[in-house]
Structures are given as structure tokens and as C-alpha cells.
Design a protein. Structure first.
Length: 389
């Protein structure tokens, strides 16, 4: 019996895999597939593919692993093989599609910013990627480069019959064999790096702020309880919204009583350590390193006059060195102003103004007074930061 391997969800790089594992979201990744192929030991494997695509370079890595595998590789497209997932499917020796499945090819895309040189560089990159994709599609379909370029320019969606007709698939399932029952709710792309960074920051800050016990981070089903991932994940395209037909979003017929769902139990700290030791250590070590760095930066400010109390409060309240430095500067400015007022009052109270003199003193130069106050404030700031330039 061939080993069955499910390739469901977005195609992602190994650097993003830890987050998908943590959230329990299915994905396609090179390291994950490599373990499955190693377990197959060179025997025949069957891929069950349902993916809207993802990273073109992560997909290239998966494609290479499959092409290098010594055993026979068969692919069954159970839902969709779009974008990066399309050429992953073409790494198989035999490709079959479910009657309701879809196959899609299009040009590569990327988000870029910068000046005209940056955009030109990205344009050249995309053109090169498209040429590479055409090479892969040509080997399977036998179509010309011009024909494939037109199909990619049009973002061509194909049902099972059309994919077989155009040479991207070898047959339609259920004609000779039964299909393994599969289901997935994923049709979106990879979680953006910005979202990953924000999620990681939330996890770390909640773990460390005010000495919070890491176990509290695991309440209510996980470390991201209450977080709306829609704020980070990209919106699905109109085509995706029209095609989406997951088991989860389908309505329940009125004559069928919906069964109550079992309530998910929150993961305990001990379970996190046991099930995800690498992730646990990574998050804790990163958080500890960042917290130590914050405290070190704050303590460096404590040598400024009057800053010790402000720094101590900032450490306990989780403030950054930048925020604290601004508070110290503000306090120093107030102290300089108060000192000037005090000295002026002392002079007036001393009665020195009533002493006769041979020559009346001239009025103080306003610019000189302002410069003196500015010099005093500058001295305070330089003393606070240790005279660094």
C-alpha cells in the first residue's frame, strides 16, 4: 500500500511553520514533507492536495523534494491546486482530479516599495519566475511557451475535464478508484510576516508584563485568546469568496439537529512544554533576552540627577528606555526652571535691591538669560546620557 500524504493549506517557508503548528492550521512545508517522505522509505506515495498556493520559493523546495524522491509519486487533487500548489502537483508521476476540484495557473506576484530601481528589480524577478513556471508547465502539458504565457496572463481556472484536456492532469477520480475523504477550510495565502511579528510580540509581552505567569498566556484555548486574526490576514479575493464551499461554512438542513460541539480545553503549561518544547524554549528565551536588554538600557539612565526614581518606576511599569528618557528630560527641564525661580526669589528676599550703589545695574540681557537656561538644561541631558555623542 502506498503511503498517503495530505498536502492541505498554504505553501509556506520553514520559518513560518512554528506558528501554523501552534495554531493547528494545516500547511505545506518542505521540512514537514521531508519527514513524511523519509518515513515512506522509498516506497510509493500518494499526495492528497487541497491548497490555494503560497510562497513560490517554498513551493519550489517542495517540488524539488518530490522530484528527487526515488519511489513512485501519485497526486490526487481533492479540492484545489492553485498557484504554487499547481506545480507541486506536477511533480507527481500521475495526477488525478476529483470531479469538483479546480486547477489554476497565473503569473507570479509580489508586494514591493521603493524607488524606480527597486520596482524594476522586482519586475525582472517576476519575469524570471514566470519563465521558470512555464518550463515546468511545458514538461507536463506539452503546450507551447506562448500558449502557457497566455493562460497565465489570464489567470486560468480549470475544472477536472479542462485540466485533463489541456494536459495538466492525467484523469478524473472515481473512474477507477475511490477518493480518500478529505476536508479543509483553508483557501487563503500565508500569514504575513507583519502578522507573525505582532502575534509574537503579543505572546511575549503578555508573558513578561508585570511578572505574569506564562501559564496565564495559555488560558481560553491558547496564547492568542481574543485576538482577531482577520486584522492581520489578507482579505480573500472575490474569486476565492465565490469558490469557497467549506464544510464549516455550509448551513445545516433544518431537519437535521446540529450536534453540540465539545468544548476545547485550554492547554496547560506542562502540556505546552511536553508537546512543543522547542517553541516554549524559543518564546521564553526571546522574552527573557528582550526584558534583560530593556532593564539594562533603563539602568543606564539612572545615573542622571533625579532619574533613579523615574527609572525604578519605568522598570516596574514595563516602559521602554525611549519613553523613560523623555520623562527624565521633562523632569530635568522643570528642575532647571524651578531652580531659576528659586534663586530669583532668594535674591529679592535678601533685600539686595535696596542697597545703594554708585552705578545702577543695567537690565539683564534676555538672550543671555535664555542661553544660560539652555546651557543648564543641556548639561543636565549630557550628564543623563553620560556625555555620549
Amino acid at each position: 500500500m502506498p503511503k498517503k500524504i495530505k498536502l492541505n493549506g498554504p505553501v509556506i517557508g520553514d520559518g513560518s511553520a512554528w506558528l501554523y503548528d501552534w495554531l493547528g492550521i494545516p500547511y505545506i512545508g518542505a521540512s514537514k514533507l521531508s519527514k513524511e517522505l523519509d518515513a515512506a522509505g522509498g516506497g510509493d506515495v500518494e499526495l492528497y492536495i487541497n491548497s490555494g498556493g503560497g510562497s513560490v520559493f517554498a513551493g519550489s523546495e517542495v517540488y524539488t523534494l518530490l522530484k528527487e524522491y526515488p519511489g513512485k509519486v501519485s497526486a490526487k487533487i481533492t479540492g484545489v491546486a492553485a498557484s504554487a500548489a499547481s506545480y507541486i502537483a506536477l511533480a507527481a508521476d500521475d495526477i488525478r482530479m476529483a470531479p469538483l476540484a479546480q486547477f489554476m495557473i497565473h503569473n507570479a506576484a509580489i508586494v514591493t516599495d521603493g524607488d524606480k530601481r527597486a520596482h524594476t528589480g522586482r519586475t525582472n524577478l517576476l519575469a524570471g519566475v514566470d519563465e521558470s513556471l512555464i518550463n515546468v508547465y511545458m514538461k507536463k502539458s506539452g503546450k507551447t511557451r506562448e500558449e502557457l504565457a497566455d493562460l497565465m496572463d489570464s489567470e486560468t481556472w480549470m475544472n477536472a475535464q479542462k485540466a485533463v484536456e489541456l494536459g495538466f492532469a492525467d484523469g478524473i477520480l472515481f473512474e477507477e478508484e475511490e477518493l480518500l475523504s478529505t476536508a479543509t477550510n483553508s483557501f487563503n495565502g500565508e500569514i504575513s510576516s507583519e502578522a507573525m511579528n505582532q502575534i509574537r510580540d503579543i505572546m511575549i509581552n503578555n508573558m513578561l508584563k508585570d511578572g505574569t505567569d506564562p501559564e496565564k498566556l495559555l488560558g481560553s484555548g491558547g496564547p492568542l485568546a481574543g485576538l482577531d486574526l482577520k486584522a492581520f490576514a489578507p482579505e480573500a479575493s472575490d474569486d476565492v469568496k465565490q469558490v469557497e464551499n467549506s464544510a464549516e461554512t455550509a448551513s445545516v438542513p433544518k431537519n437535521i439537529k446540529e450536534q453540540p460541539k465539545e468544548e476545547e480545553q485550554p492547554m496547560k503549561l506542562e502540556e505546552l512544554k511536553a508537546q512543543h518544547p522547542d517553541l516554549y524554549n524559543e518564546v521564553v528565551n526571546l522574552g527573557v533576552t528582550q526584558e534583560r536588554g530593556r532593564i539594562t538600557e533603563l539602568n543606564a539612565l539612572a545615573t542622571a540627577p533625579g532619574a533613579a526614581e523615574i527609572v525604578a518606576k519605568a522598570i516596574s511599569e514595563g516602559k521602554t528606555a525611549g519613553e523613560t528618557a523623555m520623562e527624565i528630560v521633562k523632569a530635568s527641564a522643570e528642575r532647571v526652571a524651578n531652580e531659576g525661580t528659586r534663586r530669583n526669589n532668594d535674591a529679592q528676599n535678601s533685600g539686595v535691591g535696596n542697597v545703594d550703589s554708585d552705578e545702577a545695574p543695567g537690565k539683564p540681557d534676555p538672550e543671555a538669560v535664555s542661553k544660560a537656561e539652555a546651557d543648564a538644561l543641556t548639561a543636565e541631558i549630557n550628564n543623563m546620557i553620560g556625555g555620549r555623542k
